[in-house]
Design a protein around this ligand. Structure first.
Ligand SMILES: [Zn+2]
Length: 174
């Protein structure tokens, strides 16, 4: 399994899917499809199975992901989960590809200033009202994965509380 990708290799932009598809070669290769608006991310499946994944970015045509391109590195939110076939499930965060189940052992999280972000997240929390990491990230113009990590750090330090189950990434002041 030496072909498993740990990073996304963003090759550029294309207007149409067939054009983008021709650019993909290795696992983790990706192309953003943009015609006016952002349409999708095409990606050669990072587990090496050879399939092409299509991640929708257009909220007008159903369930969509958010693409963040700060520092020229792609972040997608939420995680990408292939229902059929190989079942790949992973996170894309500042160009790093973090596996959610298989291959998780070699995950490498990107660097960011957890302490500084923790201070800003703490200021945005309310008492007795859980707020989602996604909502806090939108308010602060930050990456949701990083707000989630900062929230978890505040919980460990007993400065914040988090929800459970589906609201595990929701936070309130302790
Ligand atoms: Zn696959």
């Amino acid at each position: 399994m030496s072909m498993v990708a740990r990073k996304v290799n963003l090759l550029g932009f294309a207007e149409h899917r067939d054009e983008g598809e021709r650019m993909l070669a290795a696992p983790g290769d990706a192309v953003v499809i943009q015609r006016g608006a952002l349409r999708s991310v095409l990606m050669r499946c990072p587990d090496g199975c050879g399939e092409t994944l299509v991640v929708n970015l257009d909220p007008r045509v159903g369930k969509s992901w958010r693409l963040d391109m700060r520092t020229d590195k792609p972040t997608l939110y939420p995680s990408v989960w292939r229902d059929g076939g190989c079942g790949s499930h992973f996170i894309i965060w500042r160009g790093q590809l973090l596996w959610c189940d298989r291959f998780e052992e070699g995950n490498v999280e990107p660097n960011f200033d957890l302490v500084a972000l923790g201070r800003r997240v703490l200021k945005s929390l309310r008492r007795r009202e859980l707020r989602s990491a996604e909502e806090i990230a939108a308010d602060l113009d930050e990456i949701t994965w990083e707000v989630s990590r900062a929230g978890q750090m505040l919980v460990r330090r007993k400065l914040a509380l988090c929800g459970s189950g589906r609201q595990r990434d929701w936070f309130a002041l302790a």
